[in-house]
Write a protein that binds this ligand. Structure first.
Ligand SMILES: [Zn+2]
Length: 288
């Protein structure tokens, strides 16, 4: 943050900036005609309208770069956003090839269109990172690295709130988790829709929800175990790890009898309790 932002116009009107400045710096945005604002140290300037096509285009450019879609520099992004009234990044996937920048021939439009389509099926964490949301960037892989379904992520986030973020990041720092939580909730619509459109993968035939208590033998972490399973059995099963036992849990993975609350709850709910090896054998034989 650069401290207070003020409109260039107000600074010129109150003689804080000399009148001549208005000959050099635009007072209103050329795209949406909202006031241009400037940071208190005068180093940054932008449009005051959060939905300005220029700002949306900047975000889109960063988004494409992050996903390795290279044909979209500033000019192309601005054209797409401006010509099609795009307000949300995910809307670019609803465009047809004919809606690529008008200044191009049909052949080039088709090539641009295909370059976006070719980059579907990206990992959820990468898609969220590419949105460049304040404070989420650096944590995207910790937050979403093991997420199989963005809707499930939000179900848990809404149920457990900031605790869910604390657990994922392995921190206990309230201010940071609060700000991440607020951004995730504020941008929920944008995040879910973008992920759904850019993470189109073949839906696995069967969803299996598991909870793991304590650790998994022969695996460095619970996440490593899930990653292994989905790598090996992903064409048949979509294995999702939850943090707590609920009525929808299919299996509790426990290497031994323990007194953990997960174990006790699984017993109470009558949920199948298996070791990691038994679970893998069941997946192998299809007896799940
Ligand atoms: Zn603007």
């Amino acid at each position: 943050m650069e401290g207070e932002w003020q409109t260039v116009k107000s600074l010129v009107d109150s003689n804080i900036l000399p009148y001549q400045v208005s000959k050099i710096i635009p007072l209103v945005c050329p795209y949406c005609h909202s006031d241009i604002i400037i940071s208190s140290n005068l180093t940054r300037m932008c449009c005051s309208n959060e939905k300005c096509p220029m700002l949306v285009a900047n975000t889109l450019e960063l988004f494409f770069k992050e996903l390795g879609i290279e044909q979209f520099g500033q000019a192309n992004c601005l054209d797409i956003v401006y010509e099609n009234d795009i307000y949300n990044i995910y809307e670019v996937l609803d465009l047809s090839w004919e809606q690529m920048p008008q200044r191009y021939t049909d052949d080039i439009k088709k090539k641009l269109y295909i370059s976006i389509r070719n980059k579907l099926n990206q990992p959820i964490a990468k898609i969220v990172k590419a949105l460049h949301l304040e404070g989420i960037n650096d944590s995207a892989f910790k937050l979403f690295g093991d997420v199989n379904s963005i809707e499930d992520f939000y179900d848990e986030l809404e149920e457990f709130g900031q605790d869910y973020i604390k657990e994922k990041l392995g921190i206990n720092y309230g201010i940071r988790t609060a700000s991440i939580y607020n951004v995730l909730m504020r941008e929920k619509h944008q995040i879910i829709n973008t992920v759904i459109r850019f993470n189109i993968i073949e839906v696995a035939s069967k969803k299996i929800e598991i909870v793991i208590t304590e650790s998994v033998s022969n695996f460095s972490s619970k996440d490593a175990f899930i990653e292994y399973l989905n790598g090996k059995f992903g064409n048949k099963y979509n294995i999702i790890r939850k943090n707590s036992i609920s009525k929808t849990t299919d299996y509790l993975i426990a290497e031994r009898k323990t007194n953990t609350s997960k174990y006790q709850k699984a017993l109470n709910y009558g949920i199948k309790i298996v070791t990691s090896e038994e679970f893998m054998k069941a997946l192998e034989s299809g007896a799940v």
